[in-house]
Design a binder for this molecule. Structure first.
Ligand code: UDP
Ligand code: UDP
Length: 414
């Protein structure tokens, strides 16, 4: 923290897209500005991909006016080049294409003293920052296990010489089985694979990497990254997690009541009696799996709070709850002991509520860190991306259980 008389450093934060990225960037922004004496700006592009992101950013900038907002005007991307691509990967791509020309003027205009960017953007952002003589750190929003995988994967591919992706031994860490590797990475031409490999190669040129983890949760991965076992010349690694949640003060008592009906419901349940079920912000379960899960929750006899998601992007999620769950009957049968909702809930507050005793989770990394912070055991059901790697961390650290034999869609292999 600067002492009086010293000028405050101005840190510009540059996240990519998706709640899994914006939430930890917002937490870092508040920590730097409120407790570390920094001026902080955060650069974001509007419109956001999902409504949840836009609401989150509005609430963040309203509650913490000391964090300044910088607007990125992205050039349009011809999405027809990427048929069927995930909308968040498309946003990564459009940011990656626009930033080389946008970033120089933006940083000069903001008189930045340092930049913190997101892994999804790092291979294009780090060179621009270097040309400007600006230190550029990466905030890695997933686990250190995933960071070590990301740092090693390009070397694995080079040694593999065009062969298919199998189990990957991350030096100094552990073997990531083929079945746990993010689905897209089995296809070398996938947009995500191209970004992932470029970013993995570019990481060594960062001034440092901040990871939202703690040594105690992932001792092997953090140590191996630091001592150069994963990649020679890897920059300094700072385990800054779990990042502290930020609260958005809601001034209006009426909307407070409306938004927190689920907290009132939790208040009425006995301690540690409720299973909280949520699969994060960016992937929906298939209809069949949703029905299976409903049947399982009903048969368990336990109380539960289930946040149902019917589409990848919330703006497209038009189907009603009853339709998603095959009719009203299920909701009627469980209503005395369950709350099922399609709405956004403040998950961090839910996990801290004394009525919550377990978390059935997709193991998005923010969800894992929030469960760890709240002391709620996790039953892992990974669905996508890095979530099987994260589920491995959960099981290894004793934070919960994972039925590893279940693969992504109930198949064997990947
Ligand atoms: N989240 C929330 N309410 C919801 C769904 C998600 O507050 O109804 C938050 C959750 O607490 C976490 C973030 O959104 O901070 C999701 O990130 P995570 O890495 O867990 O998963 P992703 O959504 O990226 O798959
Ligand atoms: N990731 C990465 N390089 C990239 C993009 C993503 O290492 O170029 C990591 C990211 O931190 C996460 C995983 O790959 O561990 C999946 O990323 P995605 O953004 O799809 O998922 P999310 O973090 O939103 O759940």
């Amino acid at each position: 923290m600067p002492t009086s008389g010293e000028s405050r450093p101005h840190i510009v934060l540059l996240p990519s897209a998706g709640m899994g990225h914006l939430v930890p960037f917002g937490r870092l922004a508040v920590a730097l500005s409120s407790t570390h004496g920094c001026d902080v700006s955060m650069a974001t592009a509007a419109p956001t991909v999902s409504a949840a992101e836009s609401r989150h950013l509005e609430a963040l900038f309203a509650a913490y006016p000391s964090v300044r907002r910088l607007d990125l005007q992205l050039a349009p991307l011809d999405e027809s080049q990427f048929p069927g691509a995930d909308p968040f990967f498309l946003r990564f791509e459009s940011m990656r294409r626009s930033l080389p020309s946008l970033l120089g003027p933006l940083l000069a205009g903001a008189s930045a003293s340092a930049l913190v960017t997101d892994i999804a953007l790092s291979s294009v952002v780090i060179p621009v920052a270097r040309d400007l003589g600006l230190p550029c750190h990466v905030l890695f929003t997933a686990s250190a296990a995933m960071l070590s995988f990301c740092a090693h994967f390009p070397a694995y591919l080079d040694a593999n010489n065009g062969g298919g992706v199998g189990d990957v031994d991350v030096p100094g860490v552990y073997r990531v089985p083929k079945s746990s590797i993010p689905q897209a990475l089995h296809d070398p031409n996938h947009l995500f694979t191209q970004q992932f490999v470029a970013n993995g190669r570019g990481l060594v040129r960062a001034a440092g990497v901040l990871v939202n983890t703690l040594d105690g949760l992932e001792p092997e991965a953090v140590a191996a990254l630091r001592d150069g076992a994963v990649a020679a010349g890897f920059p300094p690694v700072f385990a800054v997690g779990p990042l502290c949640p930020v609260t958005f003060l809601c001034e209006d008592p009426e909307s407070k009541k409306k938004d927190s009906y689920y907290m009132a419901w939790l208040d009425a349940q006995p301690a540690r009696s409720v299973v909280y079920v949520s699969f994060g912000s960016r992937k929906a379960l298939s209809k069949d799996q949703m029905l299976e899960l409903a049947a399982g929750l009903e048969a368990s006899g336990h109380r539960f709070l289930w946040v149902v998601k019917g589409a990848v992007v919330d703006k497209d999620d038009a189907e009603g709850l009853a339709d998603l769950l095959g009719g009203e009957e299920f909701l009627d049968r469980v209503k005395s002991r369950a709350l099922v909702t399609k709405a956004w809930v403040e998950q961090e507050a839910v996990l801290r509520h004394p009525a919550v005793g377990a978390f059935v989770s997709h193991c998005g990394w923010n969800s894992v860190t929030e469960a760890a912070r709240s002391g709620v055991p996790v039953l892992a059901w990974p669905r996508f991306g890095d979530q099987r790697v994260n589920a491995g961390v959960v099981a290894r650290a004793g934070l919960g259980k994972w039925v590893e034999g279940w693969s992504w869609e109930g198949r064997t292999g990947w």
